[in-house]
Design a protein around this ligand. Structure first.
Ligand SMILES: [Zn+2]
Length: 429
């Protein structure tokens, strides 16, 4: 089972000094910053999912600058990501449209030709057909025969449009012959997904991506996939778009799921209120020590006269110093928790993370992790503070997640205690 990491240009600056919080003045972002696959010696994922909506849209959902886009066009996706001749071996690149970026539009903003052109230009290994996400999920609509149910017209239209575009896409992809085409199934229930997969198989697709399932609870996802599997041709593989549930990965494999993509190990490092740091058997909350200068909420309080700037700066500096001393074994946990709690009253009044901080400090999970991030960062990896730390913690999570994935897949009969992924995925646009 292959894990694809969705690209959002998540890189880290190797010149960043965590003690002084400075960067090398010679740093050139596109030359010096590093992707996750340039940080870890051992494999941490199998490929990238790169969306046209992220590469080609300027502003809004676009993450690429003009020069980056030109480099992407000139070099192709593999050279752009410095993935050619990579020590991990082959990294595969899957392209898609990034349908979440236009989920609110009536129709996708790209034509089939434009999307094919993007895949050919980028020299992708795999290309996903143009789709339009159906966010509603209601198996009760299946109570009546297909086509006579109470499914809203707009939802029916989205499925029909996705299938029509998939047919056109396959014909064009077969002419180009430069990447493996993947058809997208969109649906609102087990039967409607099965209907879409049947139609895509009939067109000739042998690799089918299941879309629109990010918000689905695990039991519903399993139920839907089991129904899809009942009509799946044996030579057809499935990909889960934007979702994984580690605890059910063995079931997914038995349903024909060959790959998936998910940003949640990465993004939860800084987007989740509680789950920020993965370990093989549980997760921890990162320790919030926001920068006084960069914290909008805190700056507002300072301007309103609720907090004195010098008090905030002193509390922040004390937390950083105490954490460093604690990591070096020179300070007791209790006084660190007190300092963190004092600063929390300033930057997040009303919040109380005393218990979770006590827990993570008692466990010191970063000391037990042998990944490159934890080895080089030490306690900085657990600090929720600035993109350089937060993103590296996300990289660490990807690494842990991938190890767990492989472990779980290697032991299908003896189920181990695995990290629980969220019931619902992290939606990122
Ligand atoms: Zn680590």
């Amino acid at each position: 089972m292959d894990y694809f990491l969705p690209d959002s240009q998540d890189l880290v600056d190797p010149s960043f000094d965590f003690t002084k919080e400075t960067r090398s003045p010679d740093r050139i972002r596109h030359r010096d910053d590093r992707y996750a696959h340039e940080i870890f010696k051992g494999r941490a994922f199998d490929g990238f999912l790169v969306s046209k909506g992220i590469v080609d849209s300027s502003g809004g959902t676009g993450r690429y600058t003009g020069p980056q886009r030109r480099r992407f066009d000139r070099d192709g996706v593999k050279r752009f990501f410095r993935a050619i001749g990579h020590p991990w071996g082959k990294l595969r690149f899957m392209g898609d449209c990034g349908a979440f970026t236009y989920v609110k539009e009536d129709v996708p903003p790209f034509s089939v030709d434009e999307v094919i052109e993007f895949y050919v230009r980028g020299r992708f290994d795999l290309g996903v057909s143009v789709d339009h996400i159906i966010l509603d999920y209601n198996p009760e609509w299946d109570a009546r025969p297909f086509g006579q149910s109470g499914v809203p017209q707009e939802i029916l239209d989205r499925q029909t449009l996705t299938l029509t575009l998939a047919k056109e896409f396959l014909e064009r992809a077969n002419q180009e012959k430069s990447f493996i085409p993947m058809g997208v199934a969109q649906g609102w229930s087990p039967a409607s997904y099965a209907h879409a997969v049947k139609a895509l198989q009939k067109m000739g697709y042998t690799y089918i991506a299941i879309g629109g399932v990010v918000p689905l609870k695990t039991d519903k996802l399993v139920h839907m996939l089991s129904e899809v599997n009942a009509i799946r041709k044996r030579n057809v593989k499935l990909h889960l778009l934007g979702v994984t549930r580690l605890e059910k990965i063995v079931d997914f494999r038995s349903f024909g799921v060959a790959s998936f993509d998910s940003t949640s190990p990465l993004r939860r490092a800084w987007l989740d209120a509680k789950v920020n740091y993965y370990t093989p058997d549980r997760t921890y909350t990162a320790i919030r020590v926001p920068q006084v200068d960069g914290n909008v909420r805190l700056q507002k309080r300072i301007r309103a006269g609720e907090v004195k700037q010098e008090h905030a700066l002193a509390a922040e500096a004390k937390c950083l110093r105490y954490m460093a001393e604690f990591d070096a074994g020179k300070r007791a946990e209790r006084s660190v928790v007190q300092a963190l709690s004092d600063y929390e009253k300033i930057h997040d009044p009303g919040g109380d993370r005393t218990e979770v901080y006590r827990e993570v400090l008692a466990a010191r999970p970063w000391k037990d992790c042998s990944c490159e991030v934890c080895k080089s960062l030490g306690h900085h990896v657990i600090l929720f503070r600035g993109a350089e730390r937060n993103r590296r913690r996300g990289f660490h999570n990807i690494h842990v997640f991938y190890q767990q994935l492989k472990l779980e897949l290697a032991r299908p009969k003896r189920r181990v205690q695995v990290l629980r992924e969220p019931e619902q995925g992290v939606l990122t646009i």
